[in-house]
Design a protein around this ligand. Sequence first.
Ligand code: ISC
Length: 405
Amino acid sequence: MDNFTKEIENIKINTETAIDQFLAFAQKNNAAVAIYRLPNDSRLQIICDLEGGSIVEDFNLDDLSTGFLLHPFQEGEKSIVHFNAEILAEINIQSNHKNHSKSEIKWNNTPDESLVKEIFENSEKFNFSLLQHNGISDSISSEGYISMVENAIKEIKNNTFYKVVPAKTKNIEYNNSIDLGKAFLKAAHKYPNAFVSLTFSENTGLWFGASPETLIEEKKGDYFKTMALAGTQAIEDKSIAETTWTQKEIEEQAYVSRYIINCFKKIRLRDFDELGPKTVQAGNLLHLKTTFKVDTKSVHFPELGSVMLKLLHPTSAVCGMPKDTSLKFILEKEKHDRAYFSGFLGPIHLNEMSHLFVNLRCCQIDNEKVTFYAGAGITEDSKPEKEWHETEMKCKVLSAVVFGK
Ligand SMILES: C=C(O[C@H]1C=CC=C(C(=O)O)[C@@H]1O)C(=O)O
């Protein structure tokens, strides 16, 4: 090991400061950065692409190199973007939440000396005023959302679709800057089983999220996993085992499971394990979850992840059932572009593993405000006011860590 390698192996940093420094570095150098913590993991991981990320035209998971993927709900205003892992680093954040002690940074590939200096010796802050305006000037009012839900129920009664997931946006303005390092660690601590991520590139903008939903998890040549997550209620005093669900929520989640099974059927895959539905906690909310797992070795289907990804997105947890008619409703009725909300994101081909999550409980930060996004699954038995309230609770998951409200 040369002196420089030894030296950077021993760099000790304050995690909050390191998050800010990586963001400032990316902004100054037109690089792209993804900072994330996998569910129930003790490591904060950093992937940095010095070229600023590249747009993916013909999307095929298996053709992409080790890195981080950001896929919008629909290609259009926003593109599919891949961050190539030129810098790969991690920091143990297990005991890091409140104390300001320093942790070691572990480099999973060794960057050059000048780069390391540039990241950690730069005193310039991330400049929020340089972020582009996201074009969403108004939050959706409760009346606007409720009338969209009433419309959706009408379409369900007319048999246009069985389920649809209309979404809203909620803007909160901020003064000058947000302490993203602090917000990230707070989210990581508060939501241990979420995928907490902060991504930035000139092209994609600045996004922060704490997703409870895996779209695909795969270990090449070993296994493939996905999940059906739906149905929402606020956590109350009773234990998870005592939680009860209404017919509406059971049906809403069953549509998502059925959708996944239909995807397996399309490729004639019968050999999968199904576990659930079980009640799971996501922050202050509870959901119903069914997990599907396939042993890709025994079914001789190494490319299953790549194939299923194309079939699954957008699932009926974020779009509806059937997909085509519910998607048409969403594209016609929602006043905003969903951008990366309800798309998917995550690290790919890292140590043979890919983890892609549905981009939920997320927000985009532009030059003056934070835009939170949330949707709710509507079925025939939905109560419009209750669905509005549910989207408010979903926005709070992140606004609580960004603004404390
Ligand atoms: C669309 C969202 O959540 C989905 C995932 C879990 C529960 C959901 C629900 O109960 O409506 C949604 O399908 C969101 O958080 O914006």
